[in-house]
Design a protein around this ligand. Structure first.
Ligand code: ACO
Length: 409
């Protein structure tokens, strides 16, 4: 079960001893029953179930139930859960007004952050974070409404009418419908795309204490409204070192193709410490083996691209991605540092092939991760021992000194 864990709390209480660990490389901020990762072996499990088995046999909504409640649902429980979600997939009409406040060219993650946070204004009075039922309702509301919020951030940028959720469709099909459907034309989603999309949601559903989840826990630890805490998670996910990486991967592949330079020259550039360029979609704080999600998604990438016409630009992109992976995996620098492709290396290519615009990639990641965030928050709020998160610091500033009057400076 990984390296030994030492509980240093008694050392702090008795000796005032505390640890200095920038970036929390070796500090557990909590204990959790939800997700297990073994970075050395490339293992990922939700509630003890291997990600490979969930990817093969589960659906995103069933995985949501599992993550939140801890057990796989019975058929009846799943049916109830799905109808609870369907019943809540509309948003308050007034929420639409928030979209009009954003410029057309606003990044959809900025809209997502704002509108998700705005949910706290709609549900603040009915939320006792210490009440189990209220927490479950918050989860149902979030999982149900987040596809609408995400799809509308795209429709706003395009100047298209907002599409309302259609409960006769599955969760993933309904999202694609709200993105690409039209009020005056029947929309039929490609079943391969629906399946691939659902799978991507499962793979991104939780990943223990990553930066965005830790943010949701930290902000939630002050007993803040859960929708506000999740909005903080959306903000954190946006960065290119985290959820923004799938967008950055595509931009990098485009640059590679456009430049006409060799893949080796890009790999060499990524090794140069005087250059901030990194191979996007490579490396992970915890995985020091192949990311198990990347292994699963790599196959799906091939399935999707097999159906594309021979002259599709995405074929060249996938081809470039595959060759880049080969060059990097055979490079001594990448080998010695255990830098493998992560899930984002492939998810972007799949999204592109599905016609999803680049700036929506991280929004889809946020949509998938919402269940992880709220499940982790629920676990923390339900833990009698949990307390406000309050990291310490190592002060490296000036020693005490006297204030200098303006006239003497
Ligand atoms: N390209 C080139 N070198 C890299 C890369 C990369 N993508 N990733 C790590 N390295 C190097 C580091 O410079 C470091 O080199 P050094 O030992 O010579 O100093 C070494 O590999 C070890 O890396 P760390 O700095 O310890 O990695 P860290 O855990 O701090 O960062 C991160 C992990 C942010 C994911 C990093 O690998 C990265 O920036 N990757 C590209 C962005 C990316 O794909 N992010 C998605 C993460 S997955 C997710 O959020 C779903």
């Amino acid at each position: 079960m990984g390296p030994p864990t030492v509980d240093i709390r008694p050392l702090y209480k008795e000796l005032g001893f505390f640890t200095y660990d920038p970036g929390f490389v070796s500090t557990a901020s909590c204990s959790s029953d939800i997700t297990y990762m073994d970075g050395e072996k490339g293992i990922l499990e939700y509630r003890g179930y291997p990600i490979e088995q969930l990817a093969h046999s589960s659906s995103y909504l069933e995985t949501c139930y599992l993550l939140f409640h801890g057990e796989l649902p019975t058929p009846e429980q799943l049916e109830n859960f799905e109808s609870e979600i369907d019943n809540r997939n509309m948003v308050h009409e007034a929420l639409k007004n928030f979209y009009n406040g954003f410029r057309r060219d606003a990044h959809p993650m900025a809209i997502m952050m704002g509108v998700t946070g705005a949910l706290s204004a709609f549900y603040h009075d009915h939320m006792d974070v210490h009440n189990k039922e209220d927490r479950e309702t918050a989860m149902l509301r979030l999982v149900a409404k987040i596809p609408t919020i995400a799809a509308w951030s795209y429709r706003h940028a395009k100047g298209l009418p907002f599409m309302y959720a259609d409960s006769s469709m599955s969760y993933s099909e309904n999202f694609l419908y709200m993105m690409f459907g039209s009020p005056n034309k029947k929309y039929v989603a490609d079943p391969v795309h629906v399946k691939a999309f659902d799978l991507i949601l499962i793979l991104h559903a939780d990943h223990e204490q990553n930066a965005s989840t830790s943010t949701v826990r930290l902000s939630g630890s002050s007993e803040a409204n859960p929708f506000a805490a999740v909005a903080a998670g959306v903000a954190t996910l946006w960065g290119p070192s985290h959820g923004g990486a799938n967008e950055a991967v595509i931009r990098m592949l485009e640059d590679i193709i456009k430049s006409g330079k060799t893949l080796e020259s890009f790999v060499d550039r990524a090794k140069d410490k005087s250059d901030r360029f990194r191979l996007m979609g490579f490396g992970h704080r915890v995985y020091k083996a192949y990311d198990p999600r990347a292994r699963i998604i790599r196959e799906v990438c091939h399935d999707i691209l097999r159906d594309l016409p021979a002259d599709s630009p995405y074929k060249e992109m996938l081809d470039t991605a595959m060759k880049l992976e080969e060059v990097a995996l055979n490079d001594e620098y990448f080998k010695s540092r255990n830098l493998y492709p992560n899930v984002d290396f492939y998810s972007g290519v799949i999204f592109l092939a599905m016609g999803i615009p680049l700036n929506m990639f991280t929004v889809l990641f946020a949509m998938a991760r919402t269940i992880g965030w709220i499940s982790q928050w629920n676990e923390m709020m339900g833990d009698e021992e949990s307390r406000i998160g309050r990291p310490r610091q190592l002060y490296t500033g000036k020693e005490t000194r006297e204030y200098v009057e303006m006239s003497d400076r």
